[in-house]
Design a protein around this ligand. Structure first.
Ligand code: NCD
Length: 318
């Protein structure tokens, strides 16, 4: 109880990219680049010594979980973790109480959960920053930040780009958050999907309200030559209630070397991964394939997010 963090009036969480101003997005990108530069000179930065990250994943994860864990270790902190049935949520503890408890044991909480509201409730109970590492099919804000950071390497201003999103735009939370973040940068969107996996009408309306140009199509070949970025997504099998629907749409799009002949030489080909059959293995060595670098960028960006939220939450005490 004597710990001042429990008296904070306001603590910054990262639940949605919509909570970040353009200026704050820029601060996080700059900090990510600083982290990347510093890691070239030393394997570990002593920026969050002694800080503990509580890592709670209730859905499968390789990249997101390990990159958060690598990020806190690289910053000089450490990890405590629970996965699946190993926490008291299984005994019926509320999400809010879980937030209350964990914020007395850790300095930051990272949660992935299939229920969209879970992370919001954990945050309500928590007096330390909570980071949404994927809530159902809704959002995945740190993926959006790392995607933007990856795009900024090839297109430093990130502004006015033609960006195609292909695959599952209905259930893909990575696509949702990345579309949302890019909508702040005058992006011209091509949304390419099977008709049953289109972006929801609410999300589409929000893009149009922001003044973004949006083309919805099923025809990838026709828009590909124009694109600066193509963001490919996995059809989210786990969100389908009808397996035959998944079977019918899962292979609607596949990017291969022949198809890429029609794309710009400067295209950035991105994918949040895991990739199933959406991108042929032969594409992996094409210089336009940016998805492996996205994985490395994920560590720099998550280091930046951890340092940034910690700093914002400390300054809210003053
Ligand atoms: C994504 C996710 O979990 O939303 N993966 C990730 O975090 N890199 C995309 C996906 O699972 O298809």
């Amino acid at each position: 109880m004597g710990d001042p963090k429990h008296h904070r009036r306001s603590v910054r969480h990262l639940l949605s990219v919509s909570q970040l101003s353009l200026e704050e997005i820029q601060e996080i990108l700059n900090l990510s680049s600083e982290m990347e530069e510093q890691l070239k000179r030393m394997p570990q930065l002593n920026r969050l010594p002694g800080r503990i990250l509580a890592s709670l994943f209730f859905e499968p994860s390789t990249r997101t979980r390990f990159s958060f864990e690598a990020a806190i270790l690289k910053l000089g902190g450490s990890v405590i973790q629970a996965a699946g049935s190993s926490s008291s949520l299984e005994k019926g503890e509320s999400f809010e109480d879980t937030g209350r408890v964990l914020s007395r044991l850790a300095d930051v909480i990272v949660l992935r959960h299939p229920l969209e509201h879970a992370v919001h409730e954990v945050a309500r109970g928590s007096s330390v920053p909570v980071i949404n590492a994927g809530n159902g099919s809704s959002e995945h804000p740190t993926q959006a930040l790392l995607d933007l950071y990856s795009i900024s390497k090839a297109h430093p201003e990130c502004r006015g780009l033609k960006v195609g999103f292909v695959g599952d735009l209905l259930y893909g939370r990575a696509a949702h958050s990345t579309i949302e973040i890019l909508s702040r940068f005058e992006t011209q969107f091509a949304l390419i999907s099977h008709p049953s996996l289109r972006l929801s009408s609410e999300r589409l309306a929000a893009l149009q309200m922001r003044g973004c140009q949006v083309l919805e199509t099923q025809d990838l070949q026709s828009v590909l030559p124009e694109l600066d970025v193509l963001y490919v997504t996995r059809v989210q099998k786990e969100r389908f209630s009808d397996p035959s629907h998944y079977e019918a749409v899962k292979n609607a799009y596949r990017i291969d070397a022949t198809m890429l002949k029609k794309a710009k030489k400067t295209l950035s080909l991105l994918h949040p991964l895991p990739r199933l059959d959406e991108i042929a293995g032969e594409v992996d060595h094409d210089p336009r394939a940016g998805y492996w670098d996205q994985v490395s960028n994920g560590v720099f960006v998550r280091m930046a997010v951890l340092a940034w939220l910690t700093q914002k939450s400390v300054s809210s005490l003053e």
